[in-house]
Design a protein around this ligand. Structure first.
Ligand code: FPP
Length: 250
């Protein structure tokens, strides 16, 4: 963790967010505006992922979570879904060694049940290879939905209760959070969404409760480390109150 990263829950201004979450939107529009098929936007988007991961590590973030494919994205035309899945396989094949050399730990969250076995194996290999790295934790949300995550957490609690391992009063915010995909990971401090839309789109519904939000008109393939820095500056300007008054925090 960066020595510049603070624990924002103490109310003190933090210089660098500990955890940034990103909704990478606008690949399709970027490609269409150039008269190209949508998958070319996803390809260009993958290059930007590389630049932003590098920037996040250089700036000293501890966690970067990227929304790569939502539970709802399975509803897209099969051809686009296949192209995206192939892109994920290619990106893993191409990037994992370099991420490992740079001490990045890779984690995936989401339901893997619908992935082809080749992709599942590559995800498992990437997680295994990088699991002891203690630099940036790069979390890829793929086939992920915030509601799915909460429902899975509830199921897990019920299973434990059925086995007699807990009773209703054992359930509190901390124990519930411990059942979610990001158990043990501090909540995102900052959410960045590109592509001009201002919504959460079923991303980390539980975990974004207190996140600051930065919305950009840039389409994801146009998003740059400079704009990432602008988002980090905006974050620095925020006073995080967690229900307190401004005077209390000041
Ligand atoms: C949203 O843009 C983007 C996606 C559904 C895919 C995100 C994937 C990448 C950035 C590529 C690679 C990712 C990794 C982790 C290697 P959209 O298609 O909804 O764009 P639109 O709103 O313009 O249609």
């Amino acid at each position: 963790m960066s020595d510049q990263a603070g624990n924002a829950e103490d109310g003190f201004p933090t210089l660098i967010p500990n955890h940034v979450a990103v909704i990478m939107d606008g690949n399709g529009r970027w490609a269409n505006a150039r008269g190209n098929p949508r998958y070319m936007g996803h390809q260009a988007g993958a290059e930007v992922v590389r630049n932003i991961v590098e920037a996040a590590a250089q700036r000293g973030l501890s966690y970067l979570t990227l929304f790569a494919f939502s539970s709802e994205n399975w509803r897209r035309p099969a051809s686009e879904v296949n192209q995206l899945m192939n892109l994920f396989v290619d990106a893993l094949e191409r990037e994992v060694d370099e991420l490992h050399r740079n001490n990045v730990r890779l984690r995936f969250i989401g339901s893997r049940g619908q992935f082809k076995i080749d992709l599942v194996r590559r995800i498992e290999l990437a997680e295994k290879k990088t699991r002891n790295n203690d630099g940036l934790v790069l979390i890829i949300a793929a086939s992920y939905g915030g509601r799915w995550d909460i429902v899975e957490g509830a199921k897990s609690l019920v299973r434990k209760a059925t086995m007699g391992k807990l009773v209703a009063d054992d359930i509190n915010e901390a124990s519930f959070a411990g059942e979610l995909s990001l158990a043990g990971v501090p909540d995102p401090d900052l959410l960045i969404r590109t592509g001009g839309e201002r919504r959460i789109s079923n991303f980390l519904l539980w975990n974004l409760a207190y996140a600051e939000m930065w919305f950009s008109e840039s389409l994801w393939p146009d998003f740059s480390p400079d704009e990432f820095d602008e988002a980090l500056s905006y974050y620095r300007s925020r006073q995080r109150r967690y229900g307190h008054t401004g005077d209390q925090v000041a």
